[in-house]
Design a protein around this ligand. Structure first.
Ligand SMILES: [Zn+2]
Length: 73
């Protein structure tokens, strides 16, 4: 899924993650998803918060209980 980030980059999200806040993101504390429907759902969820951390291969939102991450290449 193509997403335009606030820093101007257009990235292609290939994977999303939904897990517990402040925990390991390997999958032991949450779930990685690769299907289009989940990717669209979590990208929308993250962007909607307006409180986004952007890294070189991901963007993410963390609140007090959950961590949502979208991974791109
Ligand atoms: Zn882990």
């Amino acid at each position: 899924m193509e997403v335009r980030l606030i820093d101007g980059r257009t990235v292609n999200v290939k994977q999303v993650y939904n897990g517990k806040a402040c925990r390991c993101t390997c999958g032991c504390s949450g779930k990685h998803m690769y299907d289009e429907k989940s990717i669209a759902r979590y990208v929308k969820k993250i962007l909607k918060t307006g409180d986004i951390e952007i890294g070189s291969t991901y963007f993410a939102h963390e609140n007090q209980t959950r961590l949502y991450v979208a991974y791109f290449e």
